[in-house]
Design a protein around this ligand. Sequence first.
Ligand SMILES: Cc1cc2nc3c(=O)[nH]c(=O)nc-3n(C[C@H](O)[C@H](O)[C@H](O)COP(=O)(O)OP(=O)(O)OC[C@H]3O[C@@H](n4cnc5c(N)ncnc54)[C@H](O)[C@@H]3O)c2cc1C
Ligand SMILES: NC(=O)c1ccc[n+]([C@@H]2O[C@H](COP(=O)([O-])OP(=O)(O)OC[C@H]3O[C@@H](n4cnc5c(N)ncnc54)[C@H](OP(=O)(O)O)[C@@H]3O)[C@@H](O)[C@H]2O)c1
Length: 426
Amino acid sequence: MSFSDYTRLTKKSLGFLLPYLGTLLRQRATTILHRWTWRNTPNSKNIVVLGGSFAGIELVNQLSHTLPRGYRVILIEKNSHLNYVFNFPRFSVMSGLERTAFIPYDGLAKGAPSGIFERIQDTAVDLTSKKIRLASGKEIDYSYLAIATGSSQPLPVNLMSIDRNGACGELQQVQETIKESQKIAIVGGGAVGVELASDIKDFYPSKDVTLVHSRGQLLNKFGERLQRYAKVVLRNELKVRVLLNERPKKPSGGSMARGAILTFSDTRSEQFDLVISCTGQQPNSAILSTLYPEAVSESNSRVIVRPTLQILTTKDPNRAIPIFAFGDVADHGGPQMARAGWLQAGVVANNILALIHGRTPSRTYKPNVFIEGAIKLTLGTTHTVMYGMDEDGSDVMFPSRNGPLDLEIGRAWKTFGADYEKEFGA
Ligand SMILES: Cc1cc2nc3c(=O)[nH]c(=O)nc-3n(C[C@H](O)[C@H](O)[C@H](O)COP(=O)(O)OP(=O)(O)OC[C@H]3O[C@@H](n4cnc5c(N)ncnc54)[C@H](O)[C@@H]3O)c2cc1C
Ligand SMILES: NC(=O)c1ccc[n+]([C@@H]2O[C@H](COP(=O)([O-])OP(=O)(O)OC[C@H]3O[C@@H](n4cnc5c(N)ncnc54)[C@H](OP(=O)(O)O)[C@@H]3O)[C@@H](O)[C@H]2O)c1
């Protein structure tokens, strides 16, 4: 960290924050007016948001404060609680706090007029041009649909359970499996693999932890300064064995494979008590597979979108379809980060409102790589690094020490309008 880091951060943040503050003030004023003027009418048309995580929640909140009379917003989400995945690597190792990583949806659409918002806990299984079909057999009509189904990742990021007790049980099972294993390999040196490997070694210094990554540098989506910093802490301080330029075949036995063997590029095989795969994301784009299969990219399985975030079908590129996709499921050209989905929600809300009012959607998404791609990375319990890099390669890095063990989960609850103190005490 240097003086120039501070100067660069101040300049880049002000360029983002000042216009954003203006937007927030305008939104506040609109919200107050909206609460007094919106009336629930029979046969309101549905704007359906599919997926209630970082991207979908922000869209629900914006629409529930801006939709005109005659429209309402329905959220379809399979989980009973928001899975706050930011904390999953830590809570896969440390026990006792896992319940806090599942945030109730009570705070959604807070302050919005009654009747404008409904949440349905169900899984969407198919789509027609007018309806969404749910696993329960129910069908929901939509006038506009926003797909924010994100991506799936191996355990410990994605859990099978859709309710909080089951999901906590899964994280506890991961904690137990890690506790019982002495020699552990983490495959994949993206942010998840790096955070998990460093937490395991920090909480259990006597374990033998190996981090295996396909590229010449860990964290290859980020800049050199962060890569170097992470490697030094992992290797020299935490004593994690880091193997680079290795892409071993995933062992059978799932993403947490016990008693598994990895084979390396020099044909050497090594047995581990536990191999955890942190090998990245699989976009949840299957919902389009019947209606618009051509809107799913063959190269990365993400949903192909226009700059307005409306889906783009290559078969019919001039037809505007009333379906949007954003967040991690979409091929939007920005980073796969919650901050990107959150900013894209504003674009989608604006364009849906334009369509409702008979205008052509004109708001486009241009990634602010510095803001949206910035990372707050933990390297065990001692080190946290904030890092941001712009398109021109200029970057800032702020290492700090001894952050809170719970990674400030209480603040996350507040962000999503949930009452942490009521549930867990101060
Ligand atoms: C460990 C970790 C830490 C991270 N830390 C940060 C960070 O500090 N800052 C940051 O900006 N980003 C961070 N990220 C990235 C961030 O979590 C993702 O970019 C973000 O979750 C994407 O949000 P999303 O809403 O697009 O999709 P997702 O979070 O993937 O959510 C998709 C939602 O859709 C639901 N869903 C999917 N399919 C269906 C269906 N058919 N029917 C009903 N519901 C469905 C899912 O249940 C889920 O709730 C982190 C990621 C990980 C793994
Ligand atoms: N604190 C934070 O803000 C935070 C924390 C965690 C995650 N995130 C974000 O969440 C997203 C997902 O993160 P992630 O770490 O799950 O995914 P990721 O960034 O895609 O990293 C996974 C890595 O695993 C590598 N890999 C795949 N198969 C492999 C194999 N067989 N052997 C060795 N390496 C292999 C991939 O390399 P190849 O590309 O070569 O296949 C990839 O670099 C990212 O955008 C990330 O930045 C943010």
